[in-house]
Design a protein around this ligand. Structure first.
Ligand code: CTP
Length: 393
Protein backbone atom coordinates (compact mmCIF):
# COMPACT_ATOMS: atom_id res chain seq x y z
CA UNK A 1 0.00 0.00 0.00
CA UNK A 2 1.28 3.50 -0.90
CA UNK A 3 2.44 5.49 2.11
CA UNK A 4 3.08 9.18 2.66
CA UNK A 5 6.53 10.40 3.68
CA UNK A 6 6.01 12.89 6.45
CA UNK A 7 8.68 15.26 7.67
CA UNK A 8 9.92 13.96 11.06
CA UNK A 9 8.14 16.42 13.39
CA UNK A 10 4.90 16.29 11.42
CA UNK A 11 4.97 12.51 11.65
CA UNK A 12 5.28 12.68 15.46
CA UNK A 13 2.39 15.13 15.69
CA UNK A 14 0.14 13.09 13.41
CA UNK A 15 1.00 9.88 15.26
CA UNK A 16 -0.08 11.47 18.52
CA UNK A 17 -3.37 12.59 16.90
CA UNK A 18 -3.92 8.99 15.75
CA UNK A 19 -3.27 7.63 19.25
CA UNK A 20 -5.66 10.13 20.86
CA UNK A 21 -8.34 9.28 18.28
CA UNK A 22 -7.93 5.58 19.03
CA UNK A 23 -8.31 6.17 22.78
CA UNK A 24 -11.61 7.97 22.10
CA UNK A 25 -12.77 5.13 19.86
CA UNK A 26 -12.63 7.37 16.75
CA UNK A 27 -10.79 7.23 13.45
CA UNK A 28 -8.70 10.12 12.18
CA UNK A 29 -7.38 10.91 8.72
CA UNK A 30 -5.19 13.56 7.21
CA UNK A 31 -7.08 14.81 4.15
CA UNK A 32 -7.17 17.18 1.22
CA UNK A 33 -4.44 19.73 0.49
CA UNK A 34 -1.76 18.43 2.88
CA UNK A 35 -1.96 14.86 1.51
CA UNK A 36 -1.94 16.19 -2.05
CA UNK A 37 1.08 18.33 -1.38
CA UNK A 38 3.03 15.64 0.48
CA UNK A 39 2.42 13.15 -2.33
CA UNK A 40 3.71 15.74 -4.78
CA UNK A 41 6.82 16.17 -2.68
CA UNK A 42 5.79 19.67 -1.63
CA UNK A 43 5.96 20.75 1.99
CA UNK A 44 2.65 21.62 3.53
CA UNK A 45 2.18 23.77 6.63
CA UNK A 46 -1.55 23.05 6.68
CA UNK A 47 -2.82 20.12 8.68
CA UNK A 48 -6.46 19.21 8.02
CA UNK A 49 -7.80 16.24 9.96
CA UNK A 50 -11.09 14.50 9.39
CA UNK A 51 -12.42 12.67 12.42
CA UNK A 52 -14.96 9.89 12.40
CA UNK A 53 -16.40 10.84 15.76
CA UNK A 54 -16.54 14.24 17.43
CA UNK A 55 -13.76 16.48 16.07
CA UNK A 56 -14.14 18.99 18.94
CA UNK A 57 -13.49 16.26 21.56
CA UNK A 58 -10.44 15.07 19.65
CA UNK A 59 -9.18 18.65 19.32
CA UNK A 60 -9.63 19.19 23.09
CA UNK A 61 -7.55 16.10 23.87
CA UNK A 62 -4.88 17.29 21.46
CA UNK A 63 -4.81 20.72 23.05
CA UNK A 64 -4.42 19.16 26.51
CA UNK A 65 -1.28 17.54 25.14
CA UNK A 66 0.35 20.42 23.25
CA UNK A 67 -1.16 23.50 24.94
CA UNK A 68 -2.14 26.56 22.90
CA UNK A 69 -5.63 27.75 22.04
CA UNK A 70 -8.73 25.91 20.94
CA UNK A 71 -11.31 27.52 18.72
CA UNK A 72 -14.43 25.44 18.20
CA UNK A 73 -17.53 25.83 16.08
CA UNK A 74 -20.35 23.84 17.60
CA UNK A 75 -23.04 24.23 14.92
CA UNK A 76 -21.04 21.52 13.17
CA UNK A 77 -18.39 19.99 15.40
CA UNK A 78 -15.21 21.45 13.95
CA UNK A 79 -12.27 22.93 15.84
CA UNK A 80 -8.87 24.49 15.34
CA UNK A 81 -5.93 24.13 17.70
CA UNK A 82 -3.26 26.79 17.47
CA UNK A 83 -0.12 26.28 19.47
CA UNK A 84 3.46 27.45 19.31
CA UNK A 85 4.41 24.96 16.60
CA UNK A 86 1.49 25.53 14.24
CA UNK A 87 -2.18 24.96 13.63
CA UNK A 88 -4.40 21.95 13.03
CA UNK A 89 -7.99 21.98 11.78
CA UNK A 90 -10.12 19.12 13.10
CA UNK A 91 -13.29 18.49 11.09
CA UNK A 92 -16.01 15.93 11.77
CA UNK A 93 -16.56 13.65 8.75
CA UNK A 94 -19.61 14.80 6.83
CA UNK A 95 -21.79 14.32 3.81
CA UNK A 96 -23.07 17.27 1.77
CA UNK A 97 -26.26 17.56 -0.23
CA UNK A 98 -26.52 20.53 -2.56
CA UNK A 99 -29.88 22.13 -3.37
CA UNK A 100 -31.18 20.68 -6.66
CA UNK A 101 -32.17 23.79 -8.54
CA UNK A 102 -30.14 26.70 -7.23
CA UNK A 103 -26.55 27.45 -6.29
CA UNK A 104 -26.22 27.64 -2.53
CA UNK A 105 -24.59 26.12 0.48
CA UNK A 106 -25.18 22.39 0.98
CA UNK A 107 -27.10 20.63 3.74
CA UNK A 108 -24.49 18.97 5.89
CA UNK A 109 -24.77 15.76 7.93
CA UNK A 110 -22.38 13.73 10.03
CA UNK A 111 -21.16 10.49 8.53
CA UNK A 112 -19.23 7.48 9.84
CA UNK A 113 -17.84 6.69 6.43
CA UNK A 114 -14.63 8.34 5.25
CA UNK A 115 -15.55 7.40 1.65
CA UNK A 116 -18.63 9.61 1.88
CA UNK A 117 -16.57 12.49 3.21
CA UNK A 118 -14.08 12.07 0.38
CA UNK A 119 -16.93 11.86 -2.13
CA UNK A 120 -18.13 15.40 -1.29
CA UNK A 121 -14.82 16.95 -2.33
CA UNK A 122 -13.81 18.97 -5.36
CA UNK A 123 -11.08 17.11 -7.27
CA UNK A 124 -9.68 13.60 -7.23
CA UNK A 125 -6.29 14.90 -6.07
CA UNK A 126 -8.00 16.47 -3.03
CA UNK A 127 -10.10 13.39 -2.25
CA UNK A 128 -7.27 11.30 -0.85
CA UNK A 129 -7.02 10.48 2.86
CA UNK A 130 -4.18 9.16 4.97
CA UNK A 131 -5.05 6.99 7.96
CA UNK A 132 -3.61 8.16 11.28
CA UNK A 133 -4.70 5.28 13.57
CA UNK A 134 -1.60 3.56 14.99
CA UNK A 135 -2.21 0.17 13.32
CA UNK A 136 -2.82 1.75 9.86
CA UNK A 137 -0.63 4.82 10.17
CA UNK A 138 0.24 6.30 6.79
CA UNK A 139 -2.08 4.07 4.73
CA UNK A 140 -3.62 5.90 1.81
CA UNK A 141 -7.33 5.79 0.99
CA UNK A 142 -7.87 6.84 -2.58
CA UNK A 143 -11.34 5.94 -3.89
CA UNK A 144 -11.18 8.20 -6.97
CA UNK A 145 -7.64 7.45 -8.11
CA UNK A 146 -6.28 10.80 -7.02
CA UNK A 147 -2.81 9.30 -6.96
CA UNK A 148 -3.07 8.31 -10.63
CA UNK A 149 -4.26 11.81 -11.53
CA UNK A 150 -1.53 13.32 -9.44
CA UNK A 151 1.06 11.31 -11.40
CA UNK A 152 -0.57 12.35 -14.68
CA UNK A 153 -0.73 15.91 -13.34
CA UNK A 154 -4.48 16.18 -13.92
CA UNK A 155 -7.22 18.10 -12.16
CA UNK A 156 -10.40 16.05 -12.41
CA UNK A 157 -13.80 16.64 -10.80
CA UNK A 158 -15.53 13.71 -9.09
CA UNK A 159 -18.86 14.16 -10.87
CA UNK A 160 -20.40 16.30 -13.58
CA UNK A 161 -22.39 18.58 -11.19
CA UNK A 162 -19.33 19.63 -9.21
CA UNK A 163 -18.84 23.15 -10.65
CA UNK A 164 -22.54 23.84 -10.81
CA UNK A 165 -23.04 22.88 -7.17
CA UNK A 166 -20.10 24.91 -5.97
CA UNK A 167 -18.89 27.44 -8.57
CA UNK A 168 -15.99 28.49 -6.32
CA UNK A 169 -14.42 25.25 -7.56
CA UNK A 170 -13.97 26.97 -10.94
CA UNK A 171 -11.51 29.33 -9.27
CA UNK A 172 -9.90 26.46 -7.40
CA UNK A 173 -9.42 24.43 -10.58
CA UNK A 174 -7.71 27.32 -12.34
CA UNK A 175 -5.63 28.17 -9.28
CA UNK A 176 -4.40 24.58 -8.93
CA UNK A 177 -3.72 24.41 -12.66
CA UNK A 178 -1.34 27.32 -12.30
CA UNK A 179 0.08 26.59 -8.87
CA UNK A 180 0.72 22.87 -9.36
CA UNK A 181 1.43 23.16 -13.09
CA UNK A 182 -1.31 20.58 -13.77
CA UNK A 183 -3.74 20.34 -16.69
CA UNK A 184 -7.49 20.22 -16.53
CA UNK A 185 -8.73 16.76 -17.50
CA UNK A 186 -10.67 16.96 -20.79
CA UNK A 187 -14.20 16.48 -19.41
CA UNK A 188 -13.42 18.62 -16.39
CA UNK A 189 -12.41 21.46 -18.70
CA UNK A 190 -15.56 20.94 -20.75
CA UNK A 191 -17.79 21.17 -17.64
CA UNK A 192 -15.83 24.12 -16.33
CA UNK A 193 -16.37 26.08 -19.55
CA UNK A 194 -20.02 25.10 -19.63
CA UNK A 195 -20.65 26.02 -15.99
CA UNK A 196 -18.82 29.36 -15.98
CA UNK A 197 -22.24 31.03 -16.07
CA UNK A 198 -22.97 29.76 -12.53
CA UNK A 199 -20.33 32.14 -11.20
CA UNK A 200 -22.93 34.89 -11.42
CA UNK A 201 -24.91 33.08 -8.71
CA UNK A 202 -22.17 33.49 -6.12
CA UNK A 203 -22.59 36.25 -3.57
CA UNK A 204 -20.11 39.07 -4.00
CA UNK A 205 -18.51 38.23 -0.68
CA UNK A 206 -17.69 34.70 -1.83
CA UNK A 207 -16.56 36.01 -5.19
CA UNK A 208 -14.13 38.55 -3.74
CA UNK A 209 -12.79 36.00 -1.28
CA UNK A 210 -11.91 33.70 -4.19
CA UNK A 211 -10.38 36.55 -6.20
CA UNK A 212 -8.28 37.51 -3.19
CA UNK A 213 -6.95 33.97 -2.76
CA UNK A 214 -6.25 33.67 -6.49
CA UNK A 215 -4.47 37.02 -6.74
CA UNK A 216 -2.35 36.42 -3.66
CA UNK A 217 0.18 34.60 -5.85
CA UNK A 218 0.40 37.35 -8.47
CA UNK A 219 -1.41 38.51 -11.56
CA UNK A 220 -0.62 35.66 -13.96
CA UNK A 221 -3.90 33.95 -13.11
CA UNK A 222 -5.77 36.85 -14.75
CA UNK A 223 -4.79 35.63 -18.21
CA UNK A 224 -6.39 32.27 -17.44
CA UNK A 225 -9.50 34.02 -16.09
CA UNK A 226 -9.68 35.86 -19.39
CA UNK A 227 -9.08 32.69 -21.41
CA UNK A 228 -11.97 30.89 -19.70
CA UNK A 229 -14.27 33.91 -20.03
CA UNK A 230 -14.60 34.42 -16.28
CA UNK A 231 -14.10 38.17 -16.41
CA UNK A 232 -16.59 38.59 -19.25
CA UNK A 233 -19.29 36.57 -17.57
CA UNK A 234 -18.90 38.61 -14.39
CA UNK A 235 -18.72 41.92 -16.29
CA UNK A 236 -15.23 42.71 -15.02
CA UNK A 237 -12.51 44.60 -16.79
CA UNK A 238 -9.35 42.71 -17.75
CA UNK A 239 -6.27 44.78 -16.90
CA UNK A 240 -3.84 44.98 -19.83
CA UNK A 241 -0.31 43.57 -19.86
CA UNK A 242 1.30 46.98 -19.38
CA UNK A 243 -0.74 47.64 -16.28
CA UNK A 244 0.07 44.20 -14.85
CA UNK A 245 3.76 44.59 -15.52
CA UNK A 246 3.90 48.01 -13.88
CA UNK A 247 1.83 46.98 -10.87
CA UNK A 248 4.01 43.93 -10.32
CA UNK A 249 7.14 46.09 -10.47
CA UNK A 250 5.60 48.75 -8.20
CA UNK A 251 4.42 46.13 -5.73
CA UNK A 252 8.03 45.05 -5.15
CA UNK A 253 9.45 48.57 -5.34
CA UNK A 254 7.07 50.05 -2.76
CA UNK A 255 6.46 46.87 -0.74
CA UNK A 256 2.70 47.00 -1.35
CA UNK A 257 0.44 43.95 -1.64
CA UNK A 258 -1.23 44.20 -5.05
CA UNK A 259 -4.36 42.09 -4.43
CA UNK A 260 -6.65 45.08 -3.86
CA UNK A 261 -4.94 46.98 -6.68
CA UNK A 262 -6.09 44.26 -9.08
CA UNK A 263 -9.55 44.19 -7.58
CA UNK A 264 -9.77 47.95 -8.23
CA UNK A 265 -8.75 47.31 -11.82
CA UNK A 266 -11.24 44.46 -12.30
CA UNK A 267 -14.10 46.53 -10.94
CA UNK A 268 -13.09 49.87 -12.45
CA UNK A 269 -16.07 50.11 -14.79
CA UNK A 270 -18.63 48.89 -12.31
CA UNK A 271 -20.79 50.65 -9.79
CA UNK A 272 -19.23 49.79 -6.39
CA UNK A 273 -22.68 49.70 -4.77
CA UNK A 274 -23.66 46.74 -6.95
CA UNK A 275 -20.57 44.82 -5.85
CA UNK A 276 -21.04 44.96 -2.10
CA UNK A 277 -17.60 46.28 -1.27
CA UNK A 278 -16.98 47.60 2.21
CA UNK A 279 -17.11 51.36 2.83
CA UNK A 280 -13.38 51.90 2.76
CA UNK A 281 -12.88 50.10 -0.57
CA UNK A 282 -15.88 51.88 -2.09
CA UNK A 283 -14.31 55.19 -1.08
CA UNK A 284 -11.03 54.21 -2.76
CA UNK A 285 -12.95 53.36 -5.95
CA UNK A 286 -14.48 56.83 -5.81
CA UNK A 287 -11.07 58.52 -5.49
CA UNK A 288 -9.70 56.52 -8.41
CA UNK A 289 -12.51 57.73 -10.63
CA UNK A 290 -11.75 61.35 -9.82
CA UNK A 291 -8.07 61.15 -10.67
CA UNK A 292 -6.69 61.04 -14.21
CA UNK A 293 -3.46 62.13 -15.95
CA UNK A 294 -4.57 65.76 -15.97
CA UNK A 295 -5.39 65.84 -12.27
CA UNK A 296 -2.18 64.05 -11.37
CA UNK A 297 -0.02 66.88 -12.66
CA UNK A 298 -1.93 69.51 -10.66
CA UNK A 299 0.13 70.22 -7.54
CA UNK A 300 -3.01 70.24 -5.38
CA UNK A 301 -3.30 66.51 -5.98
CA UNK A 302 -0.86 65.99 -3.13
CA UNK A 303 -3.65 66.51 -0.56
CA UNK A 304 -5.79 63.87 -2.25
CA UNK A 305 -2.96 61.39 -2.42
CA UNK A 306 -2.99 61.37 1.36
CA UNK A 307 -6.53 59.94 1.23
CA UNK A 308 -5.42 57.00 -0.87
CA UNK A 309 -4.51 53.59 0.46
CA UNK A 310 -1.20 52.19 -0.74
CA UNK A 311 -2.97 49.74 -3.04
CA UNK A 312 -4.78 52.67 -4.70
CA UNK A 313 -1.53 54.58 -5.17
CA UNK A 314 -0.14 51.43 -6.77
CA UNK A 315 -3.16 51.37 -9.09
CA UNK A 316 -2.42 54.95 -10.24
CA UNK A 317 1.22 54.01 -10.67
CA UNK A 318 0.18 51.21 -13.03
CA UNK A 319 -2.56 53.10 -14.80
CA UNK A 320 -0.72 56.32 -15.63
CA UNK A 321 2.82 55.42 -16.70
CA UNK A 322 3.50 58.96 -17.99
CA UNK A 323 3.03 60.36 -14.53
CA UNK A 324 4.07 57.45 -12.41
CA UNK A 325 7.04 59.49 -11.18
CA UNK A 326 4.50 61.53 -9.20
CA UNK A 327 3.34 58.44 -7.33
CA UNK A 328 6.91 57.28 -6.88
CA UNK A 329 7.83 60.67 -5.35
CA UNK A 330 4.84 60.50 -3.08
CA UNK A 331 5.77 57.05 -1.78
CA UNK A 332 9.34 58.24 -1.20
CA UNK A 333 8.62 61.62 0.37
CA UNK A 334 5.19 61.52 1.98
CA UNK A 335 6.57 61.31 5.51
CA UNK A 336 8.25 64.68 5.03
CA UNK A 337 5.19 66.29 3.47
CA UNK A 338 3.96 67.90 6.66
CA UNK A 339 3.88 71.51 7.68
CA UNK A 340 6.47 72.13 10.36
CA UNK A 341 4.79 75.33 11.59
CA UNK A 342 1.62 74.78 13.58
CA UNK A 343 -1.51 76.97 13.45
CA UNK A 344 -0.49 79.08 16.43
CA UNK A 345 2.92 79.79 14.92
CA UNK A 346 1.35 80.77 11.62
CA UNK A 347 -1.01 83.17 13.39
CA UNK A 348 1.90 84.66 15.30
CA UNK A 349 3.43 85.53 11.93
CA UNK A 350 0.44 87.77 11.26
CA UNK A 351 -2.22 85.52 9.70
CA UNK A 352 -5.73 86.02 10.95
CA UNK A 353 -7.46 83.15 12.70
CA UNK A 354 -9.78 81.25 10.32
CA UNK A 355 -9.67 79.11 7.17
CA UNK A 356 -6.68 81.02 5.81
CA UNK A 357 -4.41 79.26 8.32
CA UNK A 358 -5.34 75.87 6.83
CA UNK A 359 -4.96 77.22 3.30
CA UNK A 360 -1.45 78.44 4.07
CA UNK A 361 -0.53 75.09 5.55
CA UNK A 362 -1.75 73.41 2.36
CA UNK A 363 0.30 75.79 0.25
CA UNK A 364 3.39 75.01 2.31
CA UNK A 365 2.87 71.29 1.70
CA UNK A 366 2.43 71.95 -2.03
CA UNK A 367 5.70 73.95 -2.13
CA UNK A 368 7.44 71.17 -0.26
CA UNK A 369 6.06 68.67 -2.78
CA UNK A 370 7.60 70.80 -5.55
CA UNK A 371 10.89 71.03 -3.64
CA UNK A 372 10.55 74.80 -3.26
CA UNK A 373 10.37 74.70 0.52
CA UNK A 374 12.90 72.50 2.26
CA UNK A 375 13.27 73.86 5.78
CA UNK A 376 11.41 75.52 8.68
CA UNK A 377 13.12 78.80 7.78
CA UNK A 378 11.72 78.50 4.23
CA UNK A 379 8.25 78.01 5.72
CA UNK A 380 8.57 81.13 7.90
CA UNK A 381 9.85 83.14 4.94
CA UNK A 382 6.92 81.93 2.83
CA UNK A 383 4.32 82.94 5.45
CA UNK A 384 5.89 86.34 6.02
CA UNK A 385 5.94 87.01 2.28
CA UNK A 386 2.37 85.80 1.91
CA UNK A 387 1.16 88.13 4.69
CA UNK A 388 3.10 91.00 3.10
CA UNK A 389 1.48 90.42 -0.30
CA UNK A 390 -1.99 90.13 1.27
CA UNK A 391 -1.47 93.45 3.05
CA UNK A 392 -0.32 95.12 -0.19
CA UNK A 393 -3.52 94.17 -2.01
N1 CTP B 1 -12.94 21.54 -0.74
C1 CTP B 1 -13.93 21.24 -1.68
N2 CTP B 1 -14.58 22.28 -2.34
C2 CTP B 1 -14.27 23.56 -2.07
C3 CTP B 1 -13.28 23.87 -1.12
C4 CTP B 1 -12.62 22.83 -0.47
O1 CTP B 1 -14.19 20.09 -1.92
N3 CTP B 1 -14.93 24.53 -2.70
C5 CTP B 1 -12.27 20.43 -0.04
C6 CTP B 1 -11.05 19.86 -0.79
O2 CTP B 1 -10.97 18.49 -0.54
C7 CTP B 1 -9.89 20.57 -0.12
C8 CTP B 1 -10.36 20.67 1.32
O3 CTP B 1 -11.78 20.85 1.23
O4 CTP B 1 -8.71 19.83 -0.25
C9 CTP B 1 -9.73 21.78 2.12
O5 CTP B 1 -9.97 23.02 1.50
P1 CTP B 1 -8.93 24.22 1.56
O6 CTP B 1 -8.18 24.16 2.83
O7 CTP B 1 -9.66 25.44 1.20
O8 CTP B 1 -7.95 23.96 0.32
P2 CTP B 1 -6.74 22.99 0.12
O9 CTP B 1 -7.11 21.93 -0.83
O10 CTP B 1 -6.17 22.60 1.43
O11 CTP B 1 -5.70 23.85 -0.72
P3 CTP B 1 -5.13 25.29 -0.46
O12 CTP B 1 -4.83 25.39 0.99
O13 CTP B 1 -3.94 25.34 -1.37
O14 CTP B 1 -6.22 26.22 -0.91
Amino acid sequence: MRQVNFPKRQREILKSVGKLAKKLGYSAYLVGGPVRDLLLGRTSQDIDIVCIGDAVKLAKKFREKVGGKLLSHHHFPNATVKWEEGKIDFVTARSEKYPKRKVGLPAVEKTDDIMIDLGRRDFTINAVACNLLPEYFGDIIDPFNGLGDSEKRLIRILHSRSFREDPTRIFRAIRFRLELEFNLEKDTEKYLKHDIKYLTKLTHDRLWKEFEICLEDGSSILSLFKYYGILDVLGFNCPDENFKERVDIGSVQFGVNSVNTYILALAENRNPKSLNFDKSFTRQMGYVREIDNKRLVDVRIVHELFNLEDYTLLYLFGKYPNNSIIIENFFDNRDELVCDLNGKEIRELGVEEGPLVGEIMNKIIEKKWLGKITSREDEIEFVVKYVGEENDT
